[in-house]
Design a binder for this molecule. Sequence first.
Ligand SMILES: [Zn+2]
Length: 137
Amino acid sequence: MQQPIVGFHQDDDGHWVADLACGHGQHVRHDPPWQVREWVLEDSTRRARLGSPLECVRCDTYADARMRGLCPEGALEASRADPSAPSSPRVGVAVIVRRDTRVLLGRRLSATHGAGTWQFPGGHLEMFEDLETCGAR
Ligand SMILES: [Zn+2]
């Protein structure tokens, strides 16, 4: 579900989060090679994005979970009303991409943690998301 960006803040790890009109936050990390959003690094280019639509993963996740009967009635509205509610179960998912005898690895450039280390592509599981969907994302 597309939602307009109404502001930005940084999380405890220093990653940028877009504040959306629905009340949810959406990370907008610049973490090459995984996510390239150089615009998030400068105040002026962030401000230029105010009002722009961004896909709200949490609205989509709750709507999908509700359709599958995994999400109780009112959970989406409760998540919008409580910005401190956890946005994900904090489960890490990695994907192993193989071609013949080669394996895809990425090197973290992030200044916040793991800089210079090699890792499989991956990320955090979102609320109500299954492992396959997370891996594809
Ligand atoms: Zn939302």
